[in-house]
Design a binder for this molecule. Structure first.
Ligand code: SAH
Length: 252
């Protein structure tokens, strides 16, 4: 996948591919990444890309000209079929399903706003607005970096078998099961016996039960969206009878 990020702070955005899984995605060729400096498309010698809002009021607005030229240049670099995404608090929320869908795209062009946002007239050049959540950031860079991280780990060949994304939270509409590593006994807390049993069917059943239980306790809204099979409902009942003293975290 080819990703272009258009920003006033390209050196900040680049940090996302400097470490960890996104770096690995870059190194193995699954991801091609470029941060494009919007100031290079300023039409003035002062490299400004913002101006005062018509109608008055506080703040500045990003001019349509430089943005449009930067999008065109990004398309020339990675192909005109690339999806143009504006980072915006008004966009659709980032979810694992969205990340999965975006990871199948050949190219993404992410636009990071600053100030009060983009001049409305660039809207026809934007395919999608995406939000990090219902709060306002000072710029789109962190949201774009989050998107790149979440998408990079889903690209084919990036996560090894043992790091498969399929068991992660949200992949099957459930949160992930708990994880344990050595030592087997730590400060009087043992690792659950089943995980040491070597019985893979039993381990899979236990993990699914824990995933159902964790989702029920922490994110009841996710459980409500699922059409639980009889086996899943039975496992959840079993979990709840084993954890009858625990409170629903959402109601705390
Ligand atoms: N006046 C705008 C907010 C501008 S904030 C409004 O209220 O809708 C400046 C920039 O930060 C935005 O253009 C956007 O690119 C980015 N941004 C702010 N909050 C964001 C969020 N929740 N998700 C993604 N990007 C966001």
């Amino acid at each position: 996948m080819k990703v272009e990020v258009i920003s006033l702070f390209p050196e900040f955005v680049e940090q996302v591919v400097k470490v960890g899984i996104p770096r690995k995605a870059l190194d193995c060729g699954a991801l091609q990444f470029n941060a494009r400096d919007l100031r290079n498309y300023s039409d003035g010698a002062d490299r400004r890309v913002d101006d005062r809002p018509y109608g008055g009021g506080p703040g500045m607005v990003m001019e349509p000209g430089p943005l449009s030229d930067a999008i065109a240049a990004a398309k020339t670099a990675i192909g005109s079929s690339a999806k143009v995404i504006a980072m915006s608090p008004q966009g659709i929320p980032m979810t694992q399903a969205l990340m999965k869908a975006l990871s199948a795209e050949p190219g993404l062009i992410l636009i990071c706003g600053r100030y009060e946002g983009l001049d409305e007239r660039v809207t026809p050049q934007i395919d999608l607005e995406v939000s990090l959540g219902d709060f306002v950031l000072s710029g789109g860079e962190l949201a774009a970096m989050v998107l790149v991280d979440a998408v990079a780990r889903l690209l084919p060949g990036v996560l090894g078998h043992e790091g498969s994304a399929e068991a992660d939270s949200f992949s099957a509409g459930l949160l992930d099961h708990p994880h344990y590593t050595r030592p087997p006994l730590w400060r009087d807390a043992p690792v659950p016996d089943v995980l040491l049993s070597g019985d893979h069917a039993k381990i899979a059943r236990w993990r699914l039960k824990q995933a159902l239980g964790a989702t029920f306790l922490k994110r009841p809204d996710l459980i409500e969206k699922l059409d639980l099979s009889r086996t899943h409902a039975e496992l959840l009942r079993e979990f709840l009878s084993e954890h009858s003293g625990e409170k629903n975290q959402a109601s705390k």
